[in-house]
Write a protein that binds this ligand. Structure first.
Ligand code: HEC
Length: 107
């Protein structure tokens, strides 16, 4: 009985942590929809543009924290790139978290 209780407690804590984690990391499903415009350039998995000479960084599988930092930097113009500023400027913090969650989970 004791063991069962301990197990139940452990899994309750585990799922609470899981939920907290998911909430922090954003909603990949919502991010997937938002990221559709991005994928024209940042193709997953090949991360090449339709023009072979146009190089774009690979995003799929990157760490969510890294993607969030990069997108906020583009949005605030701390990181300058006209195209990415244009793409990031309309994104809310929530959009960014969702997109990052989606891209981080993409293989
Ligand atoms: C018109 C093409 C284009 C579109 C559309 C586009 N990007 Fe980009 N993105 C680029 C290019 C080019 C770079 C490299 C810019 C640089 O050198 O700073 C880049 C850089 C990035 C980076 C930084 C990656 C790194 O490794 O530092 C992130 C993150 C990113 N894009 C996310 C997005 C997201 C999210 C969207 C959609 C909201 C998007 N991009 C739409 C072309 C595009």
């Amino acid at each position: 009985m004791k063991i069962l209780k301990a197990l139940a407690l452990t899994s309750a804590i585990g799922s609470a942590l899981f939920v907290a984690n998911v909430a922090n990391a954003g909603d990949p499903e919502a991010g997937k929809q938002k990221a559709e415009t991005c994928l024209g350039c940042h193709g997953i998995p090949r991360y090449v543009n339709t023009y072979p000479t146009y190089h774009v960084p690979k995003l799929g599988g990157q760490h969510a924290e890294y993607l969030i930092a990069a997108l906020k930097a583009y949005r605030e113009k701390q990181r300058s790139h006209a195209t990415m500023h244009a793409n990031a400027s309309s994104l809310s913090d929530e959009d960014i978290a969702n997109i990052a969650a989606y891209l981080a989970s993409a293989k």
